[in-house]
Design a protein around this ligand. Sequence first.
Ligand SMILES: Cc1cc2nc3c(=O)[nH]c(=O)nc-3n(C[C@H](O)[C@H](O)[C@H](O)COP(=O)(O)OP(=O)(O)OC[C@H]3O[C@@H](n4cnc5c(N)ncnc54)[C@H](O)[C@@H]3O)c2cc1C
Length: 432
Amino acid sequence: MTDNPVLIAGGGIGGLATALTLNQIGVPCIVFEAVPDMRPLGVGVNLQPNAVRELYDLGITRADLDSVGLPAREWALVGLNGNDIYAEPRGQLAGYEWPQYAVHRGRLHMLLYEKAVERIGPQAVRLGCRVRGYRKNANSEVTALVEHADGRTTEADGALLIGADGIHSAVRAQMHPTQPPIHWGGAIMWRGTTWAKPIRTGASFVGLGTHRQRVVFYPISHPDPSTGLSMINWIAEVTVDNAEGWKQSGWFRPVAIGEFSHHFDGWTWDWLDVPSLLGRADCAFENPMIDRDPIPTWVDGPVALLGDAAHAMYPTGSNGASQAIVDARVLGAAMIEHGGTAAALAAYDARLCGPISRLVLRNRGAGPFGLLNIVDERCGGTFDNIDDVIPPEERTQFMAGYKAAAGFAIETLNKAPPTIPAGARVHHPHTT
Ligand SMILES: Cc1cc2nc3c(=O)[nH]c(=O)nc-3n(C[C@H](O)[C@H](O)[C@H](O)COP(=O)(O)OP(=O)(O)OC[C@H]3O[C@@H](n4cnc5c(N)ncnc54)[C@H](O)[C@@H]3O)c2cc1C
């Protein structure tokens, strides 16, 4: 047995959910985060009911989540003629015991960071510390190689290393040195936020257009009581020929609205004015839709991958952040069973790597937006009555198939026992 902590590379949503989980079950941990200052970066993300359940079990309350987002009420696909293709209630309105939240990614991130520092202490998250790689030791432990913001390099010994260092993961690159480069299917997303009046239910996710050109938008704040305006997250997306690969230098770069808004000229209906929504934005970022080919395992002895490092996926299913949170909890559950040991990592891998790798590939096939592909194939995207193009049963069946694969089938989730029972602790952190 050892007193060494579990080392976590990356203090994003996955790394911080892991730190909070390990702290809850009595396993000491340290997070190494590359950026020197934590700032509320990013725009909108969705937390599916399966992830909200885990956050509640971590003591993140509804009031906490209301301070960074709002409960989603509806998910809708609309054709280019402005007519509904599909709409369904979300969260508790759909029968889940837990809401779905649409949140500001940066604000959620800061909330988790503040909780981690408050509960674990100021030394819990070491900023300006980039994990460059790892060395497995003869005593079954691991050493992380850490590069500091000032250029110094140090080593940190740990019982385990969790690589939660995102899509460009250094831990994954060492674990799978022959992995192919990042995969880009040709879709370019421009993301931003605009203060505007929320439409439909007041908390609706709307995907409008075709599978090759669309806008997605949804509010990520409660309306301001004095103006009635919410922060609306939007994603404007076109698909281009990807034969030459991604030519821009960065993966997430600020852009001027004029660089892309012409793709959406004329996208105006009596209930929505897309050029105006884009034109009044606070900020906009260009971001190719990228993921990584699945790998056969997320584990190398005392080292495991988690979150985007394990399974970066297209955002079509709105489940990247949710899955990172669920990963952290499944890892915690495995440690309750096996201690903070490599056996726990193997159990975590056995439970998630196969099904979530299949989900990555399923999202590549357009995820729930696949309905837009079907409409496009059958009628070129224009229709008078959607029932003549895809009967209601076929639409419902299509969506049910996706939800089951993504782990948010309503009955299954409502009936599932907590991933980590209340009060469960790992008594001897590094022995089984
Ligand atoms: C700046 C930023 C903005 C984002 N904005 C959006 C958004 O608007 N919408 C959306 O859907 N998704 C966004 N994402 C992605 C989304 O947060 C993730 O898909 C999801 O939350 C899974 O989280 P993760 O913790 O696995 O990865 P990430 O959120 O990517 O977190 C990884 C963390 O690890 C750190 N890191 C990277 N390499 C190292 C290293 N070698 N050593 C130590 N630390 C390292 C990074 O700085 C980051 O904090 C964003 C991610 C980032 C980093």
